[in-house]
Design a binder for this molecule. Structure first.
Ligand SMILES: CC(C)(Nc1nc(-c2c[nH]c3ncc(Cl)cc23)ncc1F)C(=O)NCC(F)(F)F
Length: 295
């Protein structure tokens, strides 16, 4: 039997440190070191948190989804590690040393150019275009869920909420309101739990806002929306307030010093009618043109 490169033996997986908590589990930095001489490669290992609202088959679905994605702009699946005699499993992914995009942009805000932000934006569009071809709806596109591979490459990650569209529908209706953070959601998600490629486009607009705000937490989408709602958040639920504001055409304000054409691209993504929003291929062309103009 040819050696299965996607099977990681638990005894060679050496824990180093925690990376963070994602949807349905925590992710740890480990070294896979079968030779036992510390020359093994670093990997990110997502452990299934037993009965933390997630179960093995949901996790196996996430593993299956990630294992068939092959794109430069999507975090690479490396394999699985079974433990407790196949009763539990972990998802092994490539480790990206520069961490999540929101942390990276904020830390390097003094020397990140518009050009580099546009480059990251076009890579996210291309990753999302690829996901769309697989009929995957990410449902949690946010700067915290983008990883930085190096100074000029970012990748989409955290597919814990991703859904595959049914063959006969261009949207996915969630049975009950999900756990996606409200402030990244399109109106049809807030009002009807309807998720589609076009609601991912809305979230991409929010990611542009995060990026061009240098992921400054003091002006993040949640903070700005709550400011607009004001403290008078009585009875009406937060998502109702937000849905009403969006219906009366309120949108996040332009980030300071944001190039006008970038803000108008965000506004295109935030078109109320999902059918009129640009596609990711439209968006990547527009962003590419901005990169050319930015010479
Ligand atoms: C839950 C987890 C761990 N959180 C973090 N991962 C990494 C982090 C840093 N390098 C990484 N390489 C691979 C992976 Cl899967 C994560 C990291 N860095 C910081 C995090 F908070 C994560 O998965 N976040 C979603 C992601 F950032 F990946 F989109």
């Amino acid at each position: 039997v040819p050696h299965d490169q996607t099977l990681f033996e638990e005894r060679h997986l050496c824990y180093i440190s925690p990376l963070g908590k994602g949807n349905f589990g925590c992710v740890e930095l480990c070294r896979y070191d079968p030779l036992g001489d510390n020359t093994g490669e670093l990997v990110a290992v997502k452990k299934l948190q037993p009965n933390k609202g997630s179960n093995l088959e949901d996790f196996q679905k996430e593993v299956k989804m990630l294992s068939v994605l092959h794109c430069d702009y999507i975090v690479k699946y490396r394999g699985v590690c079974y433990s407790m005699g196949r009763l539990s499993m972990s998802l092994v992914m490539e480790y990206l040393p520069y961490g999540s995009l929101n942390g990276y942009v904020w830390t390097n805000r003094h020397n990140i150019t518009t050009r580099r932000m546009l480059l990251f934006s076009s890579q996210i569009c291309k990753g999302m275009e690829y996901l769309q071809m697989q009929r995957y709806v990410h449902r949690d596109l946010a700067a915290r869920n983008i990883l930085v591979a190096n100074e000029s490459l970012v990748k989409i990650a955290d597919f814990g909420l991703t859904k595959v569209l049914p063959f006969d529908k261009e949207y996915y209706r969630l049975s009950q309101p999900g756990q996606s953070p409200l402030f990244w959601l399109a109106p049809e998600c807030l009002n009807e739990n309807k998720f589609s490629h076009k609601s991912d486009v809305w979230s991409f607009g929010i990611v542009l806002h995060e990026l061009f705000s240098y992921c400054d937490n003091s002006v993040n989408p949640k903070r700005l929306c709550l400011q607009e709602i004001g403290q008078n958040v009585q009875g009406t639920s937060l998502s109702m307030h937000l849905a009403n504001m969006l219906a009366s055409n309120w949108r996040l304000p332009a980030p300071p010093n944001c190039p006008l054409q970038v803000y108008s691209l965000m506004k295109d993504c935030w078109t109320y009618d999902f059918d009129k929003r640009p596609s990711f291929s439209d968006l990547s062309k527009k962003v590419e043109n901005m990169i050319q103009d930015d010479r």
